[in-house]
Unconditional design. Structure first.
Length: 168
């Protein structure tokens, strides 16, 4: 739990396991990230978590990366499904960890072209047809404008690189 984070201010501690948000059951970290990504800074969510065998619930006031409860000028999330994927710009931490200067992360997958191409959640798209991508909006534009198959390149959080063709 990061200092000055919404979770810390709501009383969550390292070791707590979040099991529900607004009474929606969560089964994985990626589900948690995808669900939280549908909200905005300033929104309040109800978080149920397990601590030392007890189920507890608290209200969390969401913040942006700067620790504010206001929406930044430029959002880094495309909340709607794009070819079956919810996308988010990668964090500075991910950039540093993976030695990247840009990238867009797949945070949730459902039926669609991206899943059909066998990409997995948490894959970071770095290039589409050899063009660097930094925002979800760039990915959306390139995918929607495509008239033929596109080469999508990127990296997984463990450092393994991958590339696939996605048909329009």
């Amino acid at each position: 739990v990061n200092e000055n984070s919404a979770a810390k201010q709501a009383g969550l501690r390292t070791g707590d396991v979040i099991v529900r948000i607004n009474n929606n059951i969560l089964n994985s970290t990626s589900e948690l990230q995808a669900f939280v990504a549908t909200f905005r800074p300033g929104d309040k969510i109800l978080v149920s978590y397990e601590r030392e065998g007890k189920l507890l619930t608290t209200s969390v006031l969401l913040k942006n990366i700067a620790g504010q409860t206001v929406v930044s000028k430029k959002s880094n999330l495309v909340g709607n499904m794009v070819m079956g994927a919810v996308l988010q710009a990668i964090s500075d931490y991910e950039k540093e960890k993976l030695s990247l200067s840009h990238g867009v992360k797949i945070i949730k997958l459902s039926a669609g072209k991206i899943k059909e191409a066998a990409f997995k959640e948490d894959f970071i798209i770095t290039h589409i047809d050899h063009k660097a991508v930094s925002s979800p909006e760039e990915v959306v534009i390139l995918l929607q404008k495509a008239k033929s198959a596109l080469l999508v390149e990127g990296i997984y959080p463990d450092g393994s690189k991958d590339y696939r063709a996605i048909a329009p």
